[in-house]
Design a protein around this ligand. Sequence first.
Ligand SMILES: NC(=O)C1=CN([C@@H]2O[C@H](COP(=O)(O)OP(=O)(O)OC[C@H]3O[C@@H](n4cnc5c(N)ncnc54)[C@H](OP(=O)(O)O)[C@@H]3O)[C@@H](O)[C@H]2O)[C@@H](O)CC1
Ligand SMILES: Nc1ncnc2c1ncn2[C@@H]1O[C@H](COP(=O)(O)OP(=O)(O)O)[C@@H](O)[C@H]1O
Ligand SMILES: [K+]
Length: 517
Amino acid sequence: MNDPASPLSLDPALLAVFSAAQIRAHEAAIFARGTDGYTLMDRAGASLLAALRSQWPEARHIAVVVGVGQNAGDGLVVARRAVEAGLCVDLFGWQDPADWSGAAAQAWQALRQAVPDIRIRNDSAGLSTAEVIVDALFGIGLNRPIDGPAAAWIAAINAARHAGAWVIAADLPSGLLADTGQVLNDCAVHADLTVSFLGFKPGLFTGRGPALAGRLHLALLGQAMPDGAPMATLLFDAAPLPPKPRDGHKGTFGTVLVVGGNRGMGGAARMAGESALRLGAGKVILAVHPEQVIGMNAGRPELMVHGVDGVAALISLMSLADAVVLGPGLGQDDWAQTLALAALAFDGPMIVDADGLRFLSPVDSLVDPRAQSTVLTPHPAEAGRLLNCSTADVQADRFAAARALQARFGGAVLLKGAGSVLALRDGLKLCGRGDPALATAGTGDILSGMVGALLAMGFDADEALGRAVCWHAIAGEIEATASGSWGMAASDLLGPIRALANAQLSGANERLPWLLN
Ligand SMILES: NC(=O)C1=CN([C@@H]2O[C@H](COP(=O)(O)OP(=O)(O)OC[C@H]3O[C@@H](n4cnc5c(N)ncnc54)[C@H](OP(=O)(O)O)[C@@H]3O)[C@@H](O)[C@H]2O)[C@@H](O)CC1
Ligand SMILES: Nc1ncnc2c1ncn2[C@@H]1O[C@H](COP(=O)(O)OP(=O)(O)O)[C@@H](O)[C@H]1O
Ligand SMILES: [K+]
């Protein structure tokens, strides 16, 4: 069933994210090839101004807030070019111009030459009169919590935005850490548009990034994308399933066994089962607590619901399964533990989610076949439990957490939440789709059923996880577009998911968060 074809036709540069260190190495290589820093910075400022004018063509009055490093230089270029274009420009900050170095110092000289009476205003009162504010405080050089004047300027920019100004960020919204999407001290600019220079940074897509960066625009500054493997690749679309063979029968498309549905938690197992069915699994069996059987059978007769009271009953169901989904509504009691330990011995592809994750033990990923065919899908709190750290620790570096989970437990790992991170055999992926509509109970169960169906069809762990995450996120966008982000119920995703898998609904490019260059 594997079908590697992808409907994506985006520029590869738009699908790669690079760490700050990789961007710095790229800059060094550009300089070594003979382009100087100021030339690059001038292009960065020009790109930012072009994006600003294309997004807000009516804007006449802009404010540029500059910091102390080279990110300020981008802002100084914008100020000069904006004045030259006839816009009214106010420049704000606290830096003594004599302290700027390198290309930023050249940008200041160029600005002074073009606008001799330019001055840097150190009082944020005038900020609120601007239609658009350019955030040129910090880019990839941010390396510690922000306090002092920089924190005050960030607060002033956010207050002006709240009062109606638009905000465009140079390279990154200031305060957002490029590599992780973390914000320290809860101090960061909230931008409407971010122009990212030379390559996208991972932090724009995960952690706090999606909430703070606004729309994204990539400006390559006349350069090819950085050499070498990116830190992660972005997942934006997935190929639909191949046509269903005319001579297929229910056995052809795999049997999924969902193990979960403890007392009071039957809904989770049912949602996982239903999503496996809607994605095309040939048969779906639910192994649930005996007290759940009657209600579940009535609700969705296509699901084969079995009350399981011990290991023997589960093993006999496992013998029928092509893939196991362990965890939805499993709970943590003795019944859950007995079933989980038995299910984890399943000799085939498996996804472990929710409470199922509590019963995992570390594997030796080099020798344990389980490590090859298992998909783990923790949310940040579950990941913290598995890694023996806090949820905040996980969120501080979601890439490191996903990698650590993969190293410890093997398989394909998904760290859920806005900007889901996938640690796969061939490296890191980052889901660039989704909507906060998905932040509601049960959407994780829907996802686990989808992965189960794809595993049962024969997709390998990486492919099954990548497709499921993508369709699930796009389905969330589709529902949000149709009816809004508030109030979606997890089962609402089932229709769009089915349509996406059948190619009857194209999710490609519809709500990509950036302006295509
Ligand atoms: N020609 C080029 O090189 C090009 C560069 N480009 C642009 O340059 C940006 C990178 O510039 P950058 O490396 O100077 O870093 P930047 O983000 O300005 O900040 C570092 C400064 O802030 C300081 N600092 C750090 N944290 C702080 C804190 N919490 N609170 C207070 N201060 C703090 C830090 O101080 P230090 O650590 O040295 O004490 C340092 O002085 C990049 O994102 C892109 O926009 C593009 O134009 C393309 C061409
Ligand atoms: N703000 C968001 N943006 C995009 N996706 C989100 C957001 N919040 C949650 N999600 C997605 O919704 C799903 C929630 O799963 P999970 O936390 O396990 O919920 P549950 O256990 O209730 O089913 C995950 O796939 C997660 O990535
Ligand atoms: K910035």
